[in-house]
Unconditional design. Structure first.
Length: 146
């Protein structure tokens, strides 16, 4: 498996990463994904992609380095998804290790993420990967995503 970081404007974003990312974020259109990355990139948004030996994109992580008062400096994972047919094959673990490498290189204190309460399979994975449940995340919806 090979993991690469993908910059804005790279044609693989739409052709290879978006189909995988859409399994977690079905509201994303190519236009919206492009817009989010263009606007998010100056704020630190980055995408990493995992590729199988046959060259297929099998996992995607969206992440950023964040400075705040609670963690001081952390790598926050916005998106972490493995293609459904490739789950339980080490893709998620490899992406987490890749992200931890970025976090350690940036001298972060934490690597963290949020996960929807209904995603119990993902929760089992995060606990196996030594993530702890440390907070509740509250949201007030202001308008629909789709």
């Amino acid at each position: 498996m090979k993991i690469i970081d993908v910059e804005p404007g790279d044609p693989r974003l739409e052709s290879e990463l978006l189909p995988v990312l859409s399994e977690l974020r079905p509201h994303l259109t190519p236009e919206l994904f492009h817009d989010v990355y263009e606007r998010g990139y100056p704020q630190g948004l980055r995408f990493s992609a995992a590729y199988a030996d046959d060259g297929a994109c099998v996992g995607v992580a969206g992440w950023r380095i964040v400075h705040n008062t609670s963690s001081v400096k952390k790598l926050y994972v916005d998106d972490l998804v493995t293609k459904a047919v490739s789950r339980s094959s080490g893709v998620g673990h490899a992406l987490v290790e890749h992200l931890e490498g970025h976090a350690r290189a940036a001298d972060c204190f934490e690597l963290n993420l949020d996960s929807g309460t209904h995603r119990t399979g993902a929760h089992r994975f995060y606990l196996r990967e030594r993530f702890d449940i440390v907070a509740f995340h509250f949201t007030r919806m202001l308008k629909s995503l789709g």
